[in-house]
Design a protein around this ligand. Structure first.
Ligand code: FEO
Length: 362
């Protein structure tokens, strides 16, 4: 649900609001829904990213008297991103209310979930929170409300992993801020409405504050099967020690699924051959992604093979400055792994298992 139009009765008239807009490719659908509206009084802009704001200029063209209600920071961003003129805005402060007669909208700043200007709207009389990106899910469904929490949990976790995970510390503050309101329903801009808000709040608390799990995310790419042999060996060695695995062949993997598993993995292992003196580009991509998503894993290692040399470990290690991980001794084999390499993989599995036990990962 990218937008909602709310008829609001006041003493004088019916007022119409747009809560955000839609991505420009969906503009036709939105504008056709507005066809019968004689006026739009306000467009509430929670977030300047174009999947929410991109059609605001077209709404303003159709309803030139409409005011865009947003934060001062979002105003400046929208002026730059969409060239919306300054006089079209009415800015609101954190906590400010907009009374529309018998309905009241309260605007609550929720910075960095996931842009700095983000805010949400609380419809006080109905106790509905319009959360925009915050608490949303990557799911397209004709069901307006969450009916299958298990299905939505996975979709929301994927959304959290891909969009929100880098902002874990501010998420906690924003959840605490929202806890001060009596919220009976959450209507995010992505995914269905939560009639049981505690479901998604509890999930977020677990993803943000919960301990990592006794689980390794092992991403790999192999060209001539040397790295693959090492991966297979390490998988078995970890399983023998009771460590759970999430294995991703980067040549075919769904990056979204990889992101989900990063939410609570205790360790990350990257398996890569050496190509042009460095990691395979797919392994470099995985490292870049992990660095950008900033998962809470505490340990990382690198395994792989090389033909004549290179700086695979140095290059990969230099790509993950955002990760607060202890790097466990990498294992690199020249060509097919031999006895010494398997011993080193056995030791790597032992070290990971011990460190997970020390941390109390379950
Ligand atoms: Fe940050 Fe749904 O866009």
């Amino acid at each position: 649900m990218e937008q909602a139009i709310i008829p609001i009765s006041s003493k004088e008239a019916i007022r119409l609001l747009c809560l955000d807009s839609v991505d420009p490719p969906m503009a036709k659908e939105l504008l056709s829904q507005l066809e019968s509206a004689s006026n739009i009084d306000y467009v509430i802009s929670h977030h300047a990213e174009q999947d929410h704001s991109g059609t605001i200029p077209q709404i303003l063209s159709k309803f030139p008297n409409a005011k865009v209600i947003t934060s001062p920071k979002a105003k400046e961003t929208l002026k730059d991103l969409l060239r919306i003129p300054g006089e079209s805005f009415k800015t609101v402060e954190d906590g400010e209310c907009l009374s529309l007669g018998d309905k009241t909208l309260r605007f609550i700043y929720t910075p960095w979930v996931h842009w700095p200007e983000a805010m949400v709207t609380y419809l006080q009389e109905e106790k509905i929170l319009f959360g925009c990106d915050f608490l949303g899910s990557q799911i397209a469904t004709t069901e307006l409300y969450v009916t299958d929490e298990g299905r939505v949990y996975e979709a929301a976790k994927r959304y959290f992993a891909e969009i929100m995970m880098p902002f874990r510390s501010v998420i906690t503050k924003n959840i605490e801020k929202l806890e001060g309101y009596d919220i009976q329903m959450i209507a995010p801009s992505h995914g269905p409405i939560y009639p049981r808000p505690s479901f998604i709040f509890e999930a977020y608390r677990e993803w943000v504050l919960g301990s990592s799990k006794n689980r390794v995310v092992l991403t790999y790419v192999s060209m001539h099967k040397s790295t693959k042999q090492m991966v297979d060996y390490l998988v078995e060695a970890l399983v023998d020690r009771g460590v759970h695995l999430e294995l991703f062949n980067l040549a075919v993997t769904d990056i979204g699924k990889l992101a989900i598993t990063l939410v609570d993995a205790g360790s990350i292992v990257v398996g890569t051959p050496t190509v042009l003196a460095g990691p395979h580009p797919l392994a470099a991509y995985a490292a870049f992604l992990a660095n950008a998503l900033r998962p809470k894993a505490l340990f990382l290692s690198i395994i792989g093979s090389y033909g004549w040399g290179g700086k695979t470990v140095e290059v990969l290690a230099g790509m993950i400055p955002n990760l607060k991980v202890e790097v466990i001794e990498p294992v690199l084999s020249r060509g097919l792994p031999g006895e010494e390499d398997f011993k080193a993989l056995e030791q790597l599995a032992e070290t990971i298992s011990s460190k997970h036990t020390e941390q109390g990962f379950k």
